[in-house]
Design a protein around this ligand. Structure first.
Ligand code: 8X3
Length: 250
């Protein structure tokens, strides 16, 4: 049975991916919140072997230490799902909090680099493997008040393309998945726990769910060995671009 490592698995899209993959894969679930990882492990252990790793992708040393400490039966990694990432604040560049901007570069870009660099030696030995990077439509199109979130996701797009080129001789596939609006804790984090603002983001329209993205990830990683889905953009029916959203009664 193949082994998949998923970052940001303690909630949202990462958690939905773990649930979706449990019937066919062994899982290494990584996240910042050990209590949530434990709950998920208890749930999914009924179906498959699960190992938890507790780190924030921004903590370089911890990322390497934890991944290097994987037990022997979890060290042959077949699939890496780089899912961890967040938006912090939605503000004009001149007004945005510098710490928020740093958090997005540190987590969404540097975190993805750390995890990939830590996992790759475990994958490279096999001459096969698959990396799935969760990007965003914010990596395709810049929108007002989103400068640095968009910059971080543009970087994810570049990392996906660059990894696909560099990992070609190693037999490792790279898939970039760019979702539009997905209702998870994403907006709650972006709006700093303001439930009203978070809810407003999806008013009058039906956003994607974390499960929709999990289905897409499952599809991408269960293709025949010779098939490499390079880039998938997934939108809700009611969204055509960052600013073209069809809302009822608007
Ligand atoms: C999340 C999608 O539209 O909020 O990555 O940038 S959006």
């Amino acid at each position: 049975m193949k082994t998949v490592i998923i970052t940001g698995a303690s909630s949202g899209i990462g958690q939905a991916i773990a649930r979706k993959l449990a019937k066919d894969f062994k899982l290494i679930i990584c996240g910042r919140r050990q209590d949530r990882l434990n709950e998920l492990k208890t749930e999914l252990s009924k179906t498959t072997d699960v190992h938890t790793l507790n780190f924030d992708v921004r903590e370089k040393d911890k990322v390497f230490e934890q991944i290097n400490s994987l037990p022997e039966n979890f060290r042959k990694i077949d699939v890496l799902i780089n899912n961890a990432g967040n938006a912090h604040g939605l503000a004009a560049f001149q007004d945005a909090d510098l710490e928020d901007l740093e958090k997005m570069i540190d987590g969404n870009v540097k975190g993805m680099i750390y995890v990939s660099k830590a996992v790759l030696p475990l994958m490279m030995k096999n001459q096969t493997g698959h990396i799935v990077n969760i990007s965003s439509t914010a990596g395709k199109e810049v929108y007002a008040n989103g400068t640095t979130y968009c910059a971080s996701k543009y970087a994810v797009e570049a990392l996906s393309k660059g990894m696909r080129i560099d990992l070609l001789p190693l037999g490792i596939k790279v898939t970039n998945i760019a979702p539009g609006m997905v209702e998870t804790e994403f907006s709650l984090v972006r709006f700093k726990n303001d439930h009203h603002k978070a809810k407003q983001a999806y008013t009058g329209m039906t956003p994607l769910t974390a499960e929709d993205i999990a289905e897409t990830v499952y599809f991408a990683i269960t293709q025949p060995e010779h098939v490499q889905l390079a880039d998938i953009t997934i939108l809700p029916k009611a969204q055509a671009s960052a600013s073209n959203i069809l809302r009822k009664n608007s």
